[in-house]
Design a protein around this ligand. Sequence first.
Ligand code: SAM
Length: 221
Amino acid sequence: MSARTWTAVDDYIVSSLFDADAALDAVLAANRAQGLPAIDVSAAQGKLLSLLVRIGGAKKVLEIGTLGGYSTIWMARGLPADGKVVTLELDPHHAKVARSNFERAGVSDKVDLRIGPALQSLAELSRENTGPFDLIFIDADKPNNPNYLTWAMRLSRPGTVIVCDNVIRDGAVVKKDSGDANVEGARAAFALIGGEKRLDGTAIQTVGAKGYDGFAIAIVD
Ligand code: SAM
């Protein structure tokens, strides 16, 4: 099966199950116009994140890796009126584009965007006692996955859901010595989730408009 089929099926999923969403289309268009890489989650994945927020009744969401805020907006839309997404981004240009996208999508009041290395922002959140978060989405620099998972656990409570994106990497995750830091980051996420008694998790392989990849999902016991 080809990437063309995967994309066609993703289009079918979206056109069959969601209302057309001009605001989200405009967000993606702005991201591309501003030179951001096309590494946002797909629409189907964004909707899944939004549903996870709703299914878990989440009010406090943490995202590590904002880019132009496409996934942030999906999650913000799943929140109740008094809910909040804290999203962490290193690159000031990405953050600037994200802020204008939050305005465009009408979710600015639900988003707290922090600019800087995520490890610093996470320490800041811990000092501020901002947690515990109900759902944490990890989607930044992959070599830091184990550090982000460790922080996610510190900022969690029993029942917190943790989702970690891009852990399959075209199947390269099975290679022990790939020499690829992103693959090593994915493998480290598996090792941490599998080895940590407080985490109960799985991973799902996915194909779609974004190719062959997948996400890990875990609940904190
Ligand atoms: N979650 C976004 C979405 O689906 O729309 C995509 C995020 S993109 C895959 C990863 C983002 O993480 C990039 O914008 C990148 O600048 C950011 N990033 C990379 N290293 C980071 C770090 N150390 N701290 C915070 N953000 C980082």
